[in-house]
Design a protein around this ligand. Structure first.
Ligand SMILES: [Zn+2]
Length: 499
């Protein structure tokens, strides 16, 4: 009987595989071949018999192999445990994803977000649209079609490229006001992240609005049955009971959520990624048909753009804590949960090792208490002594060599000589990136002391790791295209992504 039922099962799989192959004939996707192999893989048995009810797609923005690795090394140093692992690196299955976009070998976050959300490569800057401008169906829409609840969480503005790729369709990522408007219509059940400034009318007293009209999207959300939260205090107010709500928009910051390193060292009790994830799980797990959640650790990328090693490490640790929280949910629903943890591209061209050294010196990061992009950048406003005190106190740079100090003074001379307000892009970004000479010089001094290096202020074109756990996770153990990831998720979850 046992043998017979196994044989019948096998026949069903063969049949499904044949039917699938037939269905793919004529499919012009270059990745169809990979897809076939995924379908006929003997490991697919579990996926065919089990469909996950709860799907977590976790994306570390800028989370390449070196970002995972430096954070794991630092974790070992922090804990004194030489075999400590990032939680995301202990999941059952691992694969790799190529990241190039339709028009360049080095993707931006819009094209990579679109690839991960829709299964289509597109041009840099485009959100949820093909290069010809047509809208592409994304995983959120496919999940909604199947009756699942959906949620988007990010530490960036929720209108930023990665979350936008899962909830909007626009021809340029900078159209954040339009992305916010599309969210109102999206029927997504849970939003948490930064970016309040794109949802409030110009005359708002909450924050300085970035809108060019007087639409109050928060009111529009409320009219559609959402509960709206605009600060950490509101999110934690027992009278508002955010966890009990049916549909939630939680935007505790005007722009991005603070870097984890600044959150940890600040007296303000800002909302953390894991707190947003925890609330999201509670809100969405009340839904009867399961859910699809996209969770982004969005500022790993920003820290890497700013060549900020401690910023990268702490935001990656915060993302990893969220993976652990999601894994705790998996333990309660092991037969119904799929967790996929990947990235969209590597940022910074982070090199673990410099010159002819065969060592890293991550101990120098122990005294880092401030991000480069937000805190250190704000620290130089013309008072040189105050800046040197700041970096001594907050970055452990209290013993600058003569060369290091001269390099910073030279950067200050340059910065002071250029008219324009701090924060405006008044520098040559090819020379200094998106920040400025003083903080970039400081960041590079700290990096060199740690024996690490950066090749770019932008992204790099390297392939990146992905790990997965739970129902169907074995299907990700390939050298994949980024566009394969959502296709495989859709296949396992029984979504129609329209491919
Ligand atoms: Zn990105």
């Amino acid at each position: 009987m046992q043998r017979h039922s196994k044989f019948s099962k096998l026949m069903i799989f063969v049949l499904i595989a044949v039917l699938s192959l037939t269905a793919f004939v004529g499919c012009s996707q270059p990745t169809a071949q990979v897809h076939h192999r995924v379908m006929v893989d003997s490991a697919i048995e579990e996926s065919v018999t089990k469909t996950p009810k709860y799907i977590f797609f976790m994306i570390g923005d800028g989370l390449g192999a070196p970002q995972r690795e430096i954070t794991e090394f630092y974790l070992r140093q922090m804990t004194g445990n030489p075999s400590a692992n990032l939680f995301m690196n202990t999941l059952d299955y691992a694969g790799m994803t190529r990241t190039y976009s339709y028009d360049t070998l080095v993707t931006d976050s819009a094209a990579s977000g679109t690839a991960l959300a829709t299964g289509h490569k597109t041009n840099n800057d485009m959100i949820g649209q093909a290069p010809d401008g047509s809208n592409l169906k994304n995983l959120v829409e496919a999940a909604q079609e199947k009756g699942l609840a959906t949620g988007l969480i990010s530490t960036t503005r929720i209108t930023h490229a990665t979350p936008a790729s899962f909830g909007a369709h626009v021809d340029h990522r900078d159209k954040e006001n339009e992305i916010a408007e599309q969210y109102v219509e999206s029927n997504i059940d849970f939003f948490a992240g930064g970016g309040l400034r794109h949802f409030v009318p110009q005359n708002s007293t909450l924050v300085s609005s970035k809108r060019e009209d007087n639409r109050d999207l928060l009111k529009e959300f409320e009219a559609r049955g959402y509960s709206v939260f605009t600060s950490a205090e509101e999110m934690r107010d027992p009278a508002r009971a955010i966890r009990e709500q049916d549909k939630v928009v939680a935007l505790p910051t005007s722009s991005h959520v603070p870097y984890e390193i600044d959150r940890l060292n600040s007296k303000q009790d800002a909302v953390s990624l894991v707190e947003m994830v925890d609330i999201g799980i509670e809100v969405l797990s009340k839904k009867p048909n399961g859910f699809f959640m996209m969770i982004e650790g969005g500022r790993i990328d920003h820290a890497a753009h700013a060549h900020d090693p401690a910023g990268v490490i702490y935001d990656t640790l915060a993302f990893d804590e969220s993976v652990k929280r999601v894994y705790d949910f998996y333990l309660e629903h092991p037969d119904e949960t799929l967790i996929v943890v990947g990235g969209d591209h590597e940022t910074g061209g982070l090199g673990l090792g410099i010159k002819r050294n065969y060592f890293l010196n991550l101990e120098v990061l122990d005294d880092a208490k401030a991000s480069i992009e937000d805190a250190t950048k704000a620290a130089y406003v013309g008072d040189r002594e105050a800046y040197f005190e700041f970096i001594a106190e907050n970055l452990g740079l209290d013993d600058l060599t003569r060369e290091e100090k001269e390099a910073i003074i030279k950067a200050m001379d340059l910065e002071d000589s250029i008219p324009g307000k701090k924060g405006e892009k008044k520098y040559d970004i090819h020379m200094w990136g998106y920040n400025g000479p003083v903080e970039m010089t400081t960041a590079n001094i700290l990096s060199e002391r740690a024996a690490i290096s950066w090749t770019t202020y932008a992204h790099s074109g390297s392939a990146i790791p992905l790990t997965a756990h739970g129902v169907g996770a074995e299907n990700f153990t390939k050298f994949l295209e980024n566009v394969d990831v959502p296709k495989i998720i859709a296949e396992i979850a029984g979504f129609d992504l329209g491919h």
